[in-house]
Design a protein around this ligand. Sequence first.
Ligand code: GRF
Length: 211
Amino acid sequence: MTPAAPVRRHLAVLISGRGSNLQSILDAVAERRLDAQIAVVVSNRPDAPGLARARAAGVEAVCVQPRGFPDRDAYDRALLELLRARGADLVCLAGFMRLVGPPLIDAFPQRMLNIHPSLLPAFPGLHAQRQALEHGVRISGATVHLVTPQLDAGPIVLQAAVPVHDDDTVETLSARILVEEHRIYPEAIRIVLAGGWMVEGRRFVRHLRDD
Ligand code: GRF
């Protein structure tokens, strides 16, 4: 298998809420740490504060609500049409609180990323920080991975670890992890855009290091 070629640099960012990871990507683009442009930001919720962050940065922000679509495939197909119309090359899920189905995943093979607030494969799914606290792990963190049909299970591009303190709450642990999320998501996007990597089994392997 040949390593992936560099990806064209039009990003779509999918959100559902606060949009702090979106902000870290917007900042990385503005500061030229990330050589890319955000073609569109899409939220499934009209009240997502992230929509305003996108607009403040001069980026098109669109809400596509699931109601009005008969099923998930129909919703995903509508998103796909929108992303194609905006020329998206790489799709970044950033707190997008919906399962993404085959119509969308298959259209962006190895071109869709997600960020998750745990060291996967530990604590996939919802409330990862609470899961980590309740399990009693001493270290947790953040993971950026390629999206595959199985939830939070795709090849891992980058991870960062943080300690879990005895007096942590979900809020304090989440805040500590979030600092790392904001650091590694733009970096993972940069790595994927640069090409020179391939997926071998479960592993994301970089063949041509660019740093
Ligand atoms: C982040 O913790 C992310 O890892 C998870 O959802 C949260 C989204 O936060 N998938 P934000 O909307 O980026 O601030």
